[in-house]
Design a protein around this ligand. Structure first.
Ligand code: PMP
Ligand code: GLN
Length: 379
């Protein structure tokens, strides 16, 4: 293995899901829903397969998905994108993130990223030979720390990798925070890559796309995915939107990573993106109730809990269960019959969250209740 990839072993999600299966544990670790998404979306995929849409789709994505992405952005973000030049369909948000960094960063360029960060960020930055510079979000509110953010920028900053709503913390960045990030990006003439896969999962406040702030559209690539919104994480339909020149650069890289992917699932996600507003509101309300169920359950255990404003996860401080969150999570499936993920897996500086543990609530209410009941029994 090349040196720059040696710090990356098996992902924490794979490890904890394996432990969950081995111990027959309730899996509140890896973030995937345990029920299927809307029937209309599933039916559209079956229909696409049955009607023979099983060969390579067009390199930039099937036309109806690109059109649906453009319509969806107009409906929910109020922004206009050209479906032919400013939209690129990818193999999930994961590929969109990797291809964006590979397209924009020279070896040695610096990428500003907030820690804890989603695990693929560090690996994608390393693949590009770029250098990550982190700014910490601290438990329990996970607000942006202006001092640490300013310190993360330098004359070598090429790109800011932003994620809101944020995984693992559930933080929804405020307008003031996004304006600070935007002003620093403009000052350093840096690009912003905005991972917005949880854009429809906001429970308090509102999702604000950084691309919509003044001076940002021309330097921002916005990324989303059908996985979370339509509970189809295995389909890996993602997309990136932004200025034509930047999207074209990402496309050049993407061609040689996967070329294309998810043929029949692309028209199905187009069907999803065109669902009425009531679907998206219902999803949010349903997930908010699950968040409350899990956050209240963990708080009842006596753990300090950060109630997330968005996303799939609740972070709690499990110091009462042990001094090392990774060790706690490795033992938890056997010990309590529950799987979770240590926040330290998303940190460079473990001192900011050695005892923090992430629990997923994208599960059926009875599964969340069972998980909480098992934790009550064990602790
Ligand atoms: N970004 C974040 C913040 C995520 O949480 C995830 C999925 N867990 C991804 C990207 C990956 O999305 P996809 O499955 O569409 O590649
Ligand atoms: N994004 C999901 C999570 O944060 C898992 C994705 C994965 O397994 N790579 O749990």
């Amino acid at each position: 293995l090349v040196e720059r990839m040696r710090e990356f072993g098996e992902t924490i999600f794979a490890e904890m899901t394996q432990r969950a299966l081995a111990a027959d544990a309730v899996n509140l670790g890896q973030g995937f829903p345990d029920t299927d998404g809307p029937a209309a979306v599933l039916d559209a995929a079956v229909e696409a397969i049955r009607s023979g849409r099983n060969q390579y789709p067009p390199a930039i994505g099937v036309p109806e998905l690109r059109a649906a992405i453009a319509e969806h952005q107009l409906r929910f973000r109020g922004t206009t994108v050209d479906a032919d030049t400013e939209v690129l369909v990818t193999a999930g948000a994961t590929e969109a993130i990797a291809a964006s960094i590979l397209a924009l960063c020279e070896p040695g360029d610096e990428v500003v990223v907030f820690e804890p960060y989603y695990d693929s960020y560090a690996a994608s930055i390393a693949l590009a030979g770029a250098v990550r510079r982190t700014s910490v979000l601290r438990f329990p509110d996970f607000a942006v720390d202006e001092t640490s953010l300013r310190a993360a920028f330098s004359p070598r900053t090429k790109l800011v990798l932003l994620n809101t709503p944020h995984n693992p913390t559930g933080r929804v960045f405020t307008r003031a925070e996004l304006e600070l990030i935007a002003s620093l990006a403009i000052e350093h003439d840096a690009y912003v890559v905005a991972d917005e896969v949880y854009e429809h999962l906001v429970y308090d406040g509102e999702h604000l796309p950084i691309a919509s702030l003044p001076g940002m559209a021309e330097r921002t690539l916005s990324i989303s995915s059908g996985g979370k919104t339509f509970a189809t994480t295995g389909w890996k339909v993602g997309w990136v939107t932004g200025p034509a020149a930047l999207v074209s650069a990402v496309r050049t890289v993407k061609q040689f990573l996967t070329f294309v992917s998810s043929g029949p699932f692309q028209p199905a996600i187009a069907t999803g993106l065109r669902l009425p507003d009531s679907f998206f509101a219902g999803l949010r309300d349903d997930m908010r109730a699950r968040r409350d169920l899990l956050a209240d359950g963990l708080a009842d255990l006596g753990l300090p809990v950060s109630v997330p404003q968005g996303g799939y996860f609740v972070v709690a401080d499990a110091a009462a269960w042990g001094p090392d969150g990774l060790a706690v999570c490795r033992a938890l499936p056997e010990q309590a019959g529950v799987a979770a993920v240590p926040v330290s897996a998303f940190l460079d500086d473990k001192t900011f969250g050695a005892t923090l543990v992430r629990f997923a609530f994208c599960k059926r209410p009875e599964v969340i209740k069972e998980g909480v009941a098992r934790l009550h029994k064990a602790f």
